[in-house]
Design a protein around this ligand. Structure first.
Ligand code: HEC
Length: 236
């Protein structure tokens, strides 16, 4: 039944005529209802969370230092490389609570992520796809630079059968001939993957990307209020 019907039936089945002005009133009411729903959702789902997160500041820890720590220039550059190469289309960066999934039992973190973990990130790279594992704490889980270089150069070297694409263009080859010393940033590849007569060397982009991956360590235990993810100054 549409709102433009000029008649309808009341409870005992008798036909009731709806005047054009009543019909207009109904349409207006429906339009207002739709508008109220959209506005309420916008405020509740976007404005209020945004306002709560905006007020968050890094916290001082009892053990000294601040959390989250500032990233090095190199790691900040690496975040741009990560965004540029679309790592986010296969990797999330958010550890869910136990009631929402098995992230913690998979070893992707020691605690669930909270808004405070992202205060220095513009934009935060939460991601929605998990073709590969969550990387929020990869720096703690896999702290070896060499491992990351090998894995990026060719994921098969560290993870046989991996479906992650190789990012070989982040590396260059340098002929061994005439070199008096081993170049910095050389990756030590297994024999089957070596390039005969050449060193495989990380480019500046690969170094930055790996610095960023190693900076992904958000396992810090937080003060109770910060842990809840709201304003750390707020007292219950
Ligand atoms: C097409 C999907 C895909 C893309 C794009 C992708 N990955 Fe992966 N990644 C995977 C899969 C699948 C795995 C698990 C197998 C493995 O270790 O290679 C993985 C594993 C990893 C791991 C190891 C995680 C662990 O817990 O051991 C790291 C680190 C990683 N990827 C980094 C990256 C970075 C950095 C980029 C962007 C340059 C990237 N990935 C792009 C699919 C992808």
């Amino acid at each position: 039944m549409t709102t433009n019907d000029s008649s309808s039936r009341d409870e005992d089945g008798t036909q009731v005529r709806i005047t054009p002005s009543e019909s207009m009133e109904r349409s207006l009411l429906i339009a207002l209802g739709v508008l109220a729903t959209v506005v309420a959702s916008y405020i509740g789902l976007i404005q209020i969370p945004n306002w709560q997160v905006d007020r968050l500041e890094p916290v001082e820890l009892e053990s000294g230092g601040v959390y989250p720590p500032e990233r090095s220039q190199m790691a900040r550059r690496g975040k741009e490389v990560y965004e540029d190469l679309g790592c986010m289309y296969c990797h999330s960066q958010q550890v869910r609570q136990n009631d929402f999934g098995s992230d913690l039992s998979r070893g992707w973190g020691m605690r669930a992520s909270v808004p405070l973990d992202y205060v220095r990130e513009e934009p935060p790279l939460l991601g929605t796809m998990r073709t590969g594992p969550d990387l929020r704490n990869i720096g703690a889980r896999q702290p070896s630079k060499q491992w990351h270089y090998m894995h990026l150069y060719n994921p098969q070297t560290t993870s046989p059968g991996s479906i992650m694409p190789p990012f070989r263009f982040l590396f260059r080859t340098v002929p061994k001939e005439g070199m008096t010393k081993i170049p910095d940033g050389r990756i030590e590849l297994p024999e089957d993957y070596q390039v005969p007569g050449h060193y495989v060397v990380a480019t500046e982009r690969a170094e930055a990307l790996v610095a960023y991956l190693l900076s992904l360590d958000h396992q810090q235990t937080l003060p109770p209020n910060a842990q809840r993810g709201t304003d750390p100054e707020e007292v219950d």
